[in-house]
Design a protein. Structure first.
Length: 406
């Protein structure tokens, strides 16, 4: 059952990635069909992330009231329904509402799923391997979305593309959680060798750790500082590369905004980021065993800071910019292999604080994404990269906090 849960979580991560990449793929086709203005395009693209950011925080309260498994099942049923609604909507308003519901389902899925996997894992090593599998699922989701866009978007249209790319991915996790995987039962026993053996052998048993509230709060604070400051340049890089390609296409003579970036260009971008994410995740999985958390996070934040500073001083070199953005992706993905286990550590946090840590991690991540998108939309390249440098410096300095024990 542990490996069934691992497979289900990985597939869900793949599905969540597809849902998050969809706006980048379909927005231009939708804009042409429904005759959307630029502001409507921006609102449509941001609606998913706004709802994820807000409902990630709401999910913290839900985890204190409802069982994890029940929330996961609700999110999976809603994901299928909201995706189908997105594919059949007749106008902009209904499409916007359906995309908001997609964001809600992702938030209600990601947080309980992450907490469930942490509590359900028989030991810390298995959970860290689960983080790697989830990261790989996320990478495959971006590649899957780009590949399907390349093969089928122009052939079947964006409505069928929405259905084909995401709905089948939720079936396996839905069946697994509906019929096979148990809920988590919390044991009130104190820590000790006997309780650790219980967790190794029993399915769905959660033994509460004996950690002081002060230690848990301190870890959450330093995690949020590093996570948010690290997310800004990472999300900004995702937004900037399509923008650069779009501007290059227009300069090359493309006058139709519906075809500024599409097809094989999006596939190349997806594969490029996917490879970087894969390299970073696999490297982080191996390297984290050789270094303490402080040294590991300090090294990856330094790498991202150097890439941001390099982009600031080479604004006219598209190749250098893309290489540096890829470096940021590698550094971020590498650090995630340490940050996620620290954030969703069921051996350190009690059930209550575990949901707070996981919910804040995801919610603040997407609030940062909204800020990054706003900066990328409103300001010049130099201003955007300057802000990226600022956040990378904050992340670098914040990494020193991890030399202080919890």
């Amino acid at each position: 059952l542990h490996y069934l849960a691992l497979a289900s979580v990985t597939i869900c991560k793949l599905g969540d990635a597809v849902e998050l990449f969809l706006p980048s793929v379909i927005t231009q086709s939708v804009s042409c069909e429904l005759d959307l203005s630029t502001s409507q395009e921006n609102i449509l693209a941001l609606s998913v992330y706004i709802s994820i950011a807000f409902f990630s925080l709401v999910s913290i309260a839900c985890l204190h009231v409802f069982p994890r498994r029940a929330l996961i099942l609700i999110s999976l049923y809603l994901a299928i329904g909201s995706t189908v609604a997105c594919a059949v909507v007749p106008n902009y308003t209904s499409l916007l509402v359906s995309r908001i519901f997609v964001g809600i389902t992702i938030a209600v899925n990601m947080i309980p799923m992450s907490v469930y996997m942490s509590e359900f894992s028989p030991n810390r090593e298995f959970y860290i391997f689960g983080v790697l599998c989830g990261s790989l699922g996320w990478t495959l989701g971006g590649g899957w979305c780009g590949l399907l866009a390349f093969l089928f978007l122009d052939l079947v249209g964006w409505r069928w593309f929405v259905l084909l790319s995401s709905v089948p991915l939720f079936i396996v996790p839905l069946v697994a959680f509906q019929f096979f995987l148990p809920d988590i039962k919390v044991s009130g026993k104190e820590n000790g060798s006997e309780e650790n053996q219980d967790r190794e052998s029993d399915v769905g048993i959660r033994v509460e750790p004996q950690t002081s509230t002060k230690s848990m709060i301190f870890r959450i604070i330093k995690l949020q500082l590093v996570y948010c400051s690290r997310s800004f340049p990472y999300r900004g890089a995702i937004l900037l590369i399509p923008k650069i390609i779009k501007e290059d296409n227009i300069e090359a003579g493309s006058t139709n905004p519906c075809y500024s970036i599409h097809g094989n260009q999006f596939l190349v971008v997806s594969v490029l980021f996917g490879v970087c994410h894969l390299v970073g995740s696999l490297s982080g999985y191996r390297l984290r065993e050789w270094f303490t958390s402080g040294r590991f996070l300090l090294a990856t934040s330094f790498m991202a800071m150097v890439c941001c500073i390099t982009m600031l001083f080479t604004p006219n070199s598209t190749v250098t910019i893309i290489v540096c953005m890829c470096g940021i992706q590698v550094a971020y993905s590498c650090a995630v292999m340490e940050l996620h286990p620290l954030s969703d550590d069921s051996f350190f946090f009690t059930s209550k604080w575990l949901s707070v840590s996981a919910g804040l991690r995801c919610g603040m991540d997407y609030f940062v994404f909204l800020d990054s998108n706003t900066v990328s939309t409103l300001f010049s390249y130099t201003a955007i990269i300057t802000v990226h440098v600022l956040f990378s410096v904050i992340c670098f300095l914040g990494s020193f906090l991890f030399f202080i024990p919890d």
